[in-house]
Design a binder for this molecule. Structure first.
Ligand code: AKG
Ligand code: FE2
Length: 310
């Protein structure tokens, strides 16, 4: 059947201001969603189009995206990460003011559509993360508050250039995540995970509206080594650029990572000392030479016994 270029596929913006039930904006949104579902049976919430706009801002503005954390904020193409990589960051993206300030740095007159979309996406990713944590505590038969902490959702917005024709090139080096957990969405495949020692699989056919949940090193310590922080990387091939958005859980200062007592017994002796998240995070990120780490840093930092291996 011929493709009809005349028909416009519905893209609906979920503005945070419209997500309050009962408001006029909410009613308008409900109508659009219902119509899209009745007419097309599907619709698209597109944040990647906005990322394409973001990467076009002049480099002097990108450089204003700084962070008190070492190696954070805007990171341009480099040998250290990859010449194909570029990443922006909002340290508290489920907070509207933070996203608005970010947008004002990038576009002097602000960009309400960008702020609304990224804030809404971050808020939804935060909710999804909470739901997954709840599923974890439930499945271990733990109380909900066994894995509950105050945290910020740090969002990184990334672009990876297509490699030279025919090449299969590194977009992001192999590593385990140091935040507690991560959710990633991508517009094109590229994310790979290590399943066995040295065996990598590409996560293919992910839809841009699906999310990959990644267990970070602190969850391994929290679960007394039941949960596995996955070693992952980005590899680029083909002729299209790739865009991805990652939401990282960064607990507030003073948060202690500690296995609940129910996960420690004679058969499961305590494997990690309790530790302050931010101390571990700073230990792991302060030296770029440590970034290519597949979980060894957690062991060096918090293992009860030096004999515990990955
Ligand atoms: O871009 C991606 O899909 C992954 C990026 C990543 O793993 C990270 O920033 O920790
Ligand atoms: Fe990662």
């Amino acid at each position: 059947m011929a493709v009809d270029a005349e028909i416009e596929f519905p893209t609906i913006e979920f503005r945070s201001s419209d997500l309050k039930r009962g408001t006029e904006g909410w009613n308008r949104l409900c109508k659009r969603v219902r119509e899209a579902c009745e007419t097309f049976g599907c619709f698209d919430v597109d944040a990647f189009e906005l990322l394409k706009e973001l990467v076009e801002v002049p480099v002097e503005r990108k450089q204003k995206n700084t962070s008190p954390l070492p190696c954070h904020g805007w990171v341009g193409p480099s040998e250290q990460v990859s010449v194909l990589y570029e990443g922006f960051e909002d340290a508290d993206a489920s907070n509207y003011d933070s996203v608005k300030s970010f947008a004002q740095l990038m576009w002097p007159n602000g960009h309400p559509r960008f702020s609304d979309t990224i804030h809404t996406l971050a808020t939804q990713m935060e909710e999804l993360n909470k739901l997954i944590w709840l599923m974890l505590t439930d499945s271990y038969g733990l109380r909900e508050d066994s894995l509950k902490m105050n945290y910020k959702t740090l969002v990184r917005m990334m672009k990876y250039l297509a490699p030279p024709p025919g090449e299969y090139e590194r977009g992001f080096f192999p590593h385990t995540d140091k935040p507690v957990s991560t959710l990633i969405c991508e517009d094109k495949s590229g994310l790979e995970i290590e399943v066995n020692d040295g065996q990598w699989i590409k996560l293919t056919n992910l839809s841009p509206s699906s999310f990959v949940f990644i267990v970070g090193d602190p969850l391994k310590a929290w679960s007394n080594r039941r949960l596995k922080p996955v070693n992952h990387r980005v590899m680029m091939s083909g002729d299209k650029n790739r865009y991805s958005i990652a939401a990282f859980v960064i607990p507030n200062e003073g948060t202690i990572i500690k296995a609940p007592k129910e996960l420690i017994d004679d058969q499961h002796p305590q494997l990690f000392k309790e530790f302050d998240f931010m101390d571990f995070f700073l230990y792991a990120i302060s030296d770029p030479a440590k970034h290519i780490d597949s979980g060894e840093l957690l062991h060096a930092y918090a293992s009860v016994s030096p004999l515990v291996s990955n």
